[in-house]
Ligand binder design. Structure first.
Ligand code: NAD
Length: 490
């Protein structure tokens, strides 16, 4: 028996121009509770016509509504701050809803994701009044200055692993800069994005400024990418989807920013504090049941540290028992879907086939009546760089331990990947730590820590992990453009 819930799950409808609507074709899709395999509710399956309605609303709100030109930055800031307050006030309810839809442990949703999402709105509420141009000393009798203006209508496409948090990362900076938005959440986890839209309305966001269209990536998502009245597309998702979106966005030459997949190296040098490193390696891969883009899925362990570290790692993994994500004590829930669980189990099979040594886990886990999509925390040792599990993003709780000798070899092999999202380094040697920070080709490097995030610190990828930086002041560049104004003073 899994824990009962007090949250009322309502059918999901589109949110367009301040109103909730069925999809124009009347179609819906099921959203499933991954802990039980049961249908939670039906959600409107938006398609091209719905995207067109939403984009038209966002366009009108941008071109002639109060939000972009008539409202002061201070008033926009107040609305963003209020959205943050409402997210915090509803953290328990939204956290539970997120758990039902995604399988993420409720304690992590309520204590980490919702506070971070609320803080993201508070952080960008602060920026709304500080976005401005410059005066530039040019030659001749001219005054030259720049205006930093919003980009326009932003199409935003989010993944299922941190649904409300990824929506906040996108929506908050876009709104702070005065843009309007059409958000397309992942179809596995659409429910909290719809609740976010209702909260924004409650906070006073004018109609049409934030619209949410639920539906499949290949239809609703693609229609958003192709729509000629959308000025910018921001996506968080897998690398193949990012590539497809970039190709399609070329048709209308939209501005594009992409936060994509990863296969991040987490490097433990022999001189590291091995207790701390084992803790960091464990949360680096098993936090959010491995469904995290920054997962430290390639654990490089320097000769000399290997045996002690493996003992500690295996012990921690065995103590991490998959459980009911609605239980406040749960730290490891089900994978988001049956398909994702099967993909992970296939990768585990490949690891065995290709000769990696399975040291713990490796199976589907039975929780309750066994219908949920749970996978045991899994560790492979003696992995080499050519194995599939060392090259491809698994997006699940599967760690590949890769032994290496010496820092030069460690750097070279860590960088041997198409991805460049994040990396970790564990050492007591300050010179080695900073050298690795420079040489690792990744958008984030954590030293003696892993998976730290703050709304003030930029985040994004090198190489095929994407481009553009979200969070911090850097995100303002994604959602503004610069106009140069010349005035003849002669
Ligand atoms: P996905 O690529 O399958 O889907 C992401 C989003 O894109 C979803 O909303 C989906 O509906 C939409 N989509 C899919 N096909 C589309 C298309 N042809 N046109 C337009 N939209 C389309 O990714 P996912 O499975 O939801 O999420 C997991 C992936 O996201 C992993 O690769 C992970 O690494 C990545 N991710 C990256 C970050 C980051 O910040 N870099 C954060 C979280 C997740």
């Amino acid at each position: 028996m899994l824990a009962p819930t007090k949250v009322k799950v309502e059918p999901g409808k589109l949110f367009i121009n301040g109103r909730t609507l069925d999809a124009s074709g009347g179609a819906t899709f099921d959203t499933i509770n991954p802990a039980t395999g049961e249908v939670l509710t039906q959600v409107a399956s938006g398609e091209e016509r719905d995207i067109d309605l939403a984009v038209t609303a966002a366009r009108e709100a941008f071109d002639s509504g109060p939000w972009t030109r008539k409202m002061s930055a201070a008033d926009r800031s107040r609305i963003l701050w209020k959205i943050g307050d409402l997210l915090m006030a509803r953290a328990e309810e939204l956290g539970e809803l997120e758990t039902l839809d995604s399988g993420k442990p409720v304690t992590e949703n309520v204590k980490i994701d919702l506070p971070l999402a609320a803080d993201c709105f508070h952080y960008y509420a602060g920026w709304a009044t500080k976005i401005h141009g410059e005066t530039i000393p040019v030659r001749g009798p001219f005054l030259n200055y720049t205006l930093r203006e919003p980009v326009g209508v932003c199409g935003q496409i989010t993944p299922w692993n941190f649904p409300i948090l990824m929506a906040a990362w996108k929506v908050a900076p876009a709104l702070a800069c005065g843009n309007t938005v059409v958000l397309k959440p992942a179809s596995y986890t659409p429910l909290t994005a719809l609740r976010l839209a209702a909260l924004c309305q409650e906070a006073g966001l004018p109609d049409g400024v934030l619209n949410v269209v639920t539906g499949a990536g290949s239809t609703a998502g693609m229609a958003l990418v192709r729509h000629p009245l959308v000025d910018k597309i921001a996506v968080t998702g897998s690398t193949p989807v990012g590539q497809q979106i970039m190709r399609e966005a070329a048709g209308t030459l939209k501005k594009v920013s992409l936060e994509l997949g990863g296969k991040s190296p987490n490097i433990i040098l022999a001189d590291a504090d091995l207790d701390a490193a084992a803790r960091g390696a464990h949360t680096g891969i098993f936090y959010n049941k491995g469904e995290i883009c920054t997962a430290g899925s390639r654990l490089f362990v320097e000769e000399g540290a290997h045996d002690t570290l493996m003992e500690k790692l295996i012990d921690r993994a065995r103590k991490t028992v998959p459980g009911d994500p609605l239980d406040p004590k749960c730290r490891f829930g089900p994978q988001v879907s049956e398909a994702q669980m099967n993909t992970i189990l296939r990768y585990i099979g490949k690891g065995k086939e290709e000769g990696a040594r399975l040291v713990t886990g490796g199976n589907r886990a039975k929780v309750g009546d066994g219908r949920g999509f749970f996978v045991e925390p899994t560790i492979f040792d003696a992995v080499n760089d050519d194995m599939t599990i060392a090259r491809e993003e698994i997006f699940g709780p599967v760690l590949s331990v890769i032994p290496f000798k010496g820092i030069e070899e460690g750097i070279a092999r860590a960088n041997q990947t198409i991805y460049g999202l994040a990396a970790g380094v564990w050492t007591k040697d300050i010179k080695k730590a900073h050298r690795l920070a420079r040489e690792l080709r990744a958008g984030t490097v954590w030293i003696n820590t892993y998976n730290n995030f703050d709304n003030a610190s930029p985040f994004g990828g090198y190489k095929m992990s994407g481009f553009g930086r979200e969070l911090g002041a850097a995100a303002l560049d994604l959602y503004t453009q610069i106009k140069s104004v010349w005035v003849d003073l002669s």
